[in-house]
Design a protein. Structure first.
Length: 69
């Protein structure tokens, strides 16, 4: 059985600690991305964003626009 020197053991511990830090950072990043995606504005139908006058200018009624969608 080969005995490891303390420098090798310290290096191994430093590598393990760095890996744990990266795992924590990756976990925090995934939680942040999930929260950001959940906070996006919900879809708003085009009928709610366009007033009837604008629809009339292009010759569409709300019912026709719904049919096109």
């Amino acid at each position: 059985m080969k005995v490891q020197h303390s420098a090798a053991i310290e290096h191994q511990q430093a590598v393990e600690q760095a890996m744990r830090r990266w795992q924590v950072l990756a976990g925090v990043g995934m939680v942040w991305l999930a929260a950001t995606a959940a906070a996006q504005a919900p879809y708003v139908a085009i009928e709610q964003r366009v007033d009837p006058q604008a629809l009339a200018q292009v010759g569409l009624s709300p019912a026709q626009l719904q049919t096109l969608n």
